[in-house]
Design a protein around this ligand. Structure first.
Ligand SMILES: [Zn+2]
Length: 466
């Protein structure tokens, strides 16, 4: 109080100089908490944020509008296990090696959780699906890894666990990976969602057996039963969206971690008889890969951006690690940091992406694709041929455009051959995770999965595309 004004200013300047000198120019990056929220099997084409006619995802749409939304985000694989490993490692399934139920992630491959833990984060995964059982090694880096079944009681438990973690020791940075089962099949949401989009007299239930019946009958996408099944799926999406949105509201209200980053996405899409398949994992057409993706601060302070360039869910880990000031995963990742998109609204253009379906013992069931810009070349093991699609003029991937893009097609063909050969030959040897216990196998079957044969030489019994 007795100091003249210039002395006070000089004192502050001296302190500022000392502080800056101590931290060697740049201020230390902060360590914001992170929530990665995944709704299983949510195809972007069924989200109202992507212009879908039904209001299936009002909460996601609101969340994404207050942050950075990626219009064209794709998973690398079309089913849960490899796609989640890709999200954690920023590597394609052929490089992280978790391609089948008989694989586990090698300890030598670093993960998002491991890097954040190195930086002092508490790490907690809550996965509401037995597909992500800890025998596949995805718990690497998580201090706590809770695996729950797909029941509605488990959904409530998963949400409760996330809230508890969030509010516990709020002064410490935290990573929560929350993987919720809905809208994964069976599409059986509770009231008031059940019936919201279906005809009152609809006899299509949304059960696993209904999904299988429709797939095996090879019904057309506009067949009334397929349309009715898609309505059940949409109801399940609306239910998942509501529960996820309520969780985010509760976390924001708690004010425990207001500057936290939230990523909201899915692990793959879902088909309704486009290209002859119901469900996921059998193909790499966009209905099985295109997912919603948005990144925002929990306190709603992110300047809104809409990013139109194609990106991958493998970009999530590099982006979060940069935002959290953590060590990158390593060199030669498939993903890139999208940190720049927060201010520019742009992602790198002209990247080469590759996608692959579920690996089975018979390579004829494999689908493999490469994409650059709007052009995507899809190779099918059953025909041994590749077809080119222009995703701008033909988003449904129906018309082979090889003739009209001859030169670009030739280049993509070379990329596809090179990557397919390198990836398949170079994949880590199967690590033979311990076989699922009978109870776990029963839960997998309730979700429509048939586990791969424990004998890698035997043909898989799962022949219905799921
Ligand atoms: Zn999934």
């Amino acid at each position: 109080m007795g100091l003249p004004r210039y002395s006070l200013f000089g004192w502050f300047a001296l302190v500022a100089l000392l502080v800056c000198g101590a931290c060697d120019s740049q201020p230390a990056p902060s360590s914001p908490s992170v929530l990665v929220l995944v709704l299983d099997s949510l195809h972007a084409g069924h989200s109202s944020a992507h212009g879908y006619a039904r209001d299936t995802t009002p909460r996601f749409t609101r969340f994404a509008a207050a942050g950075v939304r990626f219009e064209q985000a794709y998973s690398q694989s079309s089913w849960t296990l490899p796609s989640t490993a890709s999200l954690f490692t920023s590597l394609e399934q052929e490089r992280h090696g978790v391609r089948t139920f008989n694989d586990a992630l090698p300890e030598s491959i670093p993960t998002l959780a491991e890097r954040l833990r190195e930086r002092g984060y508490r790490t907690h995964a809550i996965v509401q699906t037995p597909v992500l059982s800890s025998r596949h090694g995805l718990q690497q880096g998580f201090e706590r890894y809770d695996v729950l079944d797909h029941s509605s009681a488990s959904l409530e438990r998963a949400l409760e666990l996330a809230r508890e973690s969030w509010e516990h020791r709020p002064g410490e940075p935290l990573l929560v990976y929350l993987h919720l089962a809905p809208p994964h099949m069976p599409y059986e949401p509770p009231a008031p969602f059940r019936g919201a989009f279906s005809a009152p007299d609809s006899s299509v239930s949304g059960s696993i057996s209904e999904c299988r019946r429709i797939h095996r009958a090879a019904l057309a996408p506009d067949h009334p039963d397929v349309v009715a099944l898609a309505a059940r799926y949409d109801e399940h999406i609306a239910f998942a969206d509501a529960r996820a949105g309520e969780l985010l509201e509760a976390l924001a209200r708690s004010a425990a971690r207001p500057d936290a980053w939230v990523v909201w996405t899915s692990d793959h899409g879902e088909a309704f008889q486009q290209h002859g398949c119901q469900g996921h994992n059998a193909t790499v057409y966009d209905e099985m890969l295109h997912v919603p993706l948005a990144l925002a601060r929990l306190d709603g302070t992110t300047p809104p951006q809409l990013v139109r360039e194609p990106v991958s869910t493998m970009d999530v880990a590099p982006t979060l690690l940069e935002l959290c000031g953590a060590r990158p995963l390593g060199a030669e990742l498939a993903g890139v940091s999208l940190r720049e998109a927060l201010s520019s609204g742009r992602a790198p253009a002209e990247r080469l992406f590759s996608y692959s379906s579920r690996y089975k013992d018979d390579e004829r069931q494999l689908h493999f694709a490469v994409r650059r810009g709007a052009l995507k070349l899809v190779w099918r093991g059953d025909t041994g041929e590749a077809q080119l699609y222009d995703l701008v003029s033909d988003p449904g991937e129906r018309v082979d455009a090889r003739a009209s893009h001859a030169q670009a097609c030739e280049e993509l063909q070379r990329d596809l051959e090179r990557l397919r050969a390198v990836r398949i030959a170079g994949a880590p040897a199967r690590t033979l995770a311990p076989a699922a216990r009978p109870a776990e196998r029963a839960r997998l079957s309730e979700l429509g999965y048939v586990e791969d044969s424990p004998d890698p030489g035997a043909r898989s019994a799962d022949g219905d595309g799921r």
